[in-house]
Design a protein around this ligand. Structure first.
Ligand SMILES: Cc1cc2nc3c(=O)[nH]c(=O)nc-3n(C[C@H](O)[C@H](O)[C@H](O)COP(=O)(O)OP(=O)(O)OC[C@H]3O[C@@H](n4cnc5c(N)ncnc54)[C@H](O)[C@@H]3O)c2cc1C
Length: 350
C-alpha cells in the first residue's frame, strides 16, 4: 500500500517534471522564434526601407546604369537607386530651387556635388526629357566633365555599368525669387507640339545665365524640370565646341524655338572665346532691369533680366563677374561689373 502510494507520487512528479520541461522547451522555441522573426523583420527593414530614400542625412546606394562618353572629357551618367524611390523629387522640390546631390568617392572619402537633370536614357540609349509626373523611380542623370588631375569626376568616368555608388541629397544650391506658375513643356518630348501664346497669373521675370562647360547643368535643370522657370533666360555659354553638349544641344535648340531661352554660344574651337572678344560680348549683355511684380500684362519681345547667374570654373567666374571667394561672393567686377550689375542682382554659383 505504502509502496504503491510512493510509486504513484513518483509517477506524478515525473510527469510534472516532463510537462514543465516540455513547457520550457516550447517557451524557448517560441521566444527563439519571436527573436528570429524580430531579427528577420529588422534585417528586412534595414535592407528594404532604412536609408533607402534619398536624404541629405545619409548615403543611399545607386547603381551606375549608363555611362556614355560624349567626347574625351564629357560624359553622361545615369544612376539608378537600388531600391525604387517613393518621392518624385522633380515635383517635390519647389520650382524656384536649384539643387544638386553629393556623390561619394569611397577610396579617398570625399564628396562632390553634381546637378541632376530631369532626363532619362531609353532602352535604345536615347536621352529624353521626363514628362510631368514621371520620375523613373528616382533615377538621376548627370552631365559631367572629368579633369585630368581631378579626383572624383575622373573616377566616375571610368566606372562600369553595375558599379554601386553612394549618393546623398538633395541640397539646395540657390533659390530664385519665388514663382508658382505651371508651364506647359510638352514640346520637349512631343515634336508636334504647337507654339502657343502663354498666359500667366503673375508677370514672370527674366534672368541671364553665364555658364562654362558643365556649369550649364543648373540652368538646364531650371529650364527642363517640371514647372520650369516661367520667364525667359538669356544664356551665354562657353565651351570648346558645341558637340561637348551632347544631347543637351538639341534641347537648347528646342528651348530657343519655344522662346524659353536665347543662347549665345562661345566656342573656343572657333576662336570665339569670350575673353578675347569682350568688346563684342559687352554689347550683348544688357544692364540689369527692374522687375515690376503684378498681374500678367504680356511678355516683352526682348529678354529683360533682373538677375544674373554665373556658373563655371573659377577663372571663368572671375572674367564674367569678378573673383569669388570660398565662403563669400566677392565683388561684382568683370563683364557684369562693367554693365552695372552688382551684388544685389548677381549670384556666382560654384
Ligand atoms: C552645386 C554644384 C553643382 C555641380 N554640378 C556639376 C555637374 O552637374 N556636373 C559636373 O561635371 N560638375 C559639377 N560640379 C562640379 C563638381 O562638384 C566637381 O567640382 C568637379 O567634378 C571636379 O571635381 P574633381 O574631384 O573631379 O576634381 P578636383 O580634384 O576637385 O579638381 C578640380 C580642378 O583642380 C585641378 N586639380 C586637381 N588637383 C590638382 C593639382 N594637384 N594641381 C593642379 N590642379 C589640380 C583639376 O584638374 C581640376 O581642374 C558642381 C559643383 C557644385 C558646387
Amino acid at each position: 500500500m505504502w509502496s504503491q502510494r510512493l510509486k504513484h507520487q513518483w509517477q506524478n512528479s515525473l510527469r510534472n517534471i516532463l510537462i514543465a520541461r516540455q513547457y520550457q522547451r516550447v517557451r524557448w522555441v517560441a521566444s527563439g522564434g519571436i527573436l528570429a522573426s524580430l531579427g528577420g523583420a529588422s534585417w528586412y527593414y534595414h535592407q528594404y526601407w532604412h536609408e533607402v530614400e534619398l536624404s541629405p542625412d545619409y548615403f543611399t546606394k545607386y547603381r551606375v546604369s549608363h555611362n556614355a562618353k560624349l567626347d574625351s572629357e564629357h560624359f553622361l551618367m545615369e544612376l539608378t537607386p537600388l531600391k525604387p524611390q517613393r518621392v518624385n523629387l522633380w515635383s517635390a522640390t519647389t520650382s524656384n530651387k536649384l539643387w544638386s546631390v553629393e556623390v561619394k568617392q569611397p577610396e579617398i572619402m570625399v564628396v562632390r556635388n553634381y546637378t541632376p537633370l530631369p532626363l532619362k536614357v531609353t532602352t535604345d540609349k536615347k536621352v529624353q526629357v521626363l514628362p510631368d509626373g514621371k520620375f523613373e523611380s528616382g533615377k538621376l542623370l548627370f552631365y559631367l566633365k572629368k579633369y585630368r588631375y581631378g579626383e572624383v569626376a575622373r573616377w566616375l568616368s571610368e566606372l562600369p555599368e553595375g558599379h554601386i555608388v553612394e549618393v546623398r541629397g538633395p541640397f539646395v544650391d540657390f533659390e530664385l525669387p519665388p514663382f508658382e506658375e505651371k508651364r506647359d513643356r510638352s514640346f520637349l518630348w512631343d515634336d508636334n507640339a504647337k507654339l502657343q501664346s502663354e498666359q500667366f497669373l503673375q508677370q514672370p521675370y527674366d534672368i541671364a545665365a553665364f555658364t562654362a562647360g558643365t556649369g550649364i547643368a543648373p540652368i538646364m535643370q531650371l529650364l527642363l524640370k517640371e514647372n520650369p522657370f516661367p520667364g525667359r533666360i538669356l544664356m551665354f555659354h562657353s565651351c570648346h565646341a558645341d558637340s561637348d553638349l551632347g544631347p543637351l544641344r538639341h534641347l537648347l535648340d528646342k528651348l530657343q524655338d519655344y522662346h524659353r531661352a536665347k543662347l549665345y554660344l562661345f566656342e573656343s574651337q572657333r576662336a570665339n572665346d569670350l575673353r578675347k572678344i569682350s568688346d563684342e560680348v559687352l554689347k550683348l549683355i544688357p544692364s540689369p532691369m527692374a522687375y515690376h511684380a503684378g498681374p500678367f500684362v504680356g511678355l516683352n519681345s526682348s529678354i529683360s533680366p533682373i538677375l544674373s547667374l554665373v556658373c563655371g570654373p573659377d577663372s571663368y567666374i572671375t572674367t564674367v563677374s569678378g573673383v569669388k571667394y570660398d565662403l563669400s561672393q566677392g565683388p561684382i567686377e568683370g563683364l557684369l561689373g562693367q554693365k552695372g550689375w552688382n551684388n544685389s542682382n548677381v549670384y556666382k554659383l560654384s
